[in-house]
Design a protein around this ligand. Structure first.
Ligand code: NAD
Length: 254
């Protein structure tokens, strides 16, 4: 199916018992956070994310990868959640238990918008952990400062607590997301190219279980073919109109 009207999707939202919103980098684009595609035209254009966001890249070039994450963290300190993040958080608070928010983003903007509960499939860019299984020495004191910081005794490195390409997603979070996807009547797929699995597989799960799928994105995605409806445009405006009700009628979804 192709384009649908926002009014029809609002009706689907009203009828749904359980809604999943699956978000990707695009939901944060209007906050000024580059998507991966944007990143390739920017500061780090010489390296693709696949060359930076992998364990082997980190082991081969720890400083380069660490610095990329430091730059992304610093960029995040100056941005704020946009109307899309805020509308999702308001909707979840108005309808307790109805919306499950699943995000591929590591930027923490849903949480900062006040989303009551977020399944963050790919971790959190502001957190770190040890690269290799920590031994007693690693826990014994603060890591030696550096780029990246390391254990003063064994040299184990600190790494960002995000899921890199080729790594397994946290099993408990993925299985909660799969359960919610299989149980939803409606899935909003917002700002994701649909190219990264297993996250994109959640859309197939919802579809197979009989849930409706609506994609919110200004561009075509790899999931358009299985969607019940496409809403073309930026998510900040579209989510505000969809989830807060129709400003023309003043009607609230309830
Ligand atoms: P992606 O970069 O592959 O795709 C971004 C999508 O967002 C595209 O389909 C694009 O058309 C769409 N988009 C751009 N502007 C938009 C807007 N205003 N409103 C709605 N959609 C818009 O990102 P992805 O699909 O999330 O997958 C890539 C991986 O990138 C994920 O694993 C994610 O963890 C990681 N990532 C995260 C962040 C973040 O945390 N903000 C940023 C970059 C990449």
């Amino acid at each position: 199916m192709g384009a649908v009207t926002e009014a029809l999707v609002r009706r689907w939202l009203d009828q749904a018992q359980h809604v999943v919103a699956l978000t990707g980098a695009g939901v944060s684009a209007e906050s000024g956070v580059p998507t991966f595609r944007d990143a390739q035209t920017g500061l780090w254009a010489r390296f693709s994310p696949e060359e930076l966001a992998t364990e082997s890249a980190f082991r081969a070039h720890p400083q380069r990868v660490w610095d990329w994450y430091v730059a992304r963290r610093e960029a995040l300190s100056g941005v704020r959640p946009n109307e899309g993040h805020l509308a999702l958080a308001r909707y979840a608070r108005r309808h307790p238990g109805k919306l499950t928010l699943v995000t591929q983003n590591v930027d923490g903007l849903h949480q900062r918008a006040g989303q009551p509960f977020t399944l963050a499939l790919h971790g959190d860019i502001q957190s770190e952990r040890w690269l290799d299984e920590p031994r007693g020495c690693c826990a014994g004191g603060p890591p030696m400062p550096g780029r990246p910081p390391r254990c003063a005794v064994c040299g184990n490195l600190r790494r960002p607590a995000v899921v890199w390409f080729g790594e397994t997603l946290p099993a408990d979070i993925l299985s909660a997301a799969q359960e919610a996807s299989a149980a939803c009547d409606l899935m909003l797929v917002v700002g994701t190219s649909g190219a990264v699995y297993p996250a994109a597989g959640l859309v197939h799960t919802a579809r197979r279980a009989g849930g409706r799928v609506v994609i919110v994105n200004p561009q075509a995605t790899e999931l358009d073919d299985i969607a019940d409806g496409l809403l073309r445009g930026g998510s900040a405006q579209i989510l505000g109109r969809l989830l807060d009700g129709d400003p023309a009628t003043g009607r609230e979804n309830c």
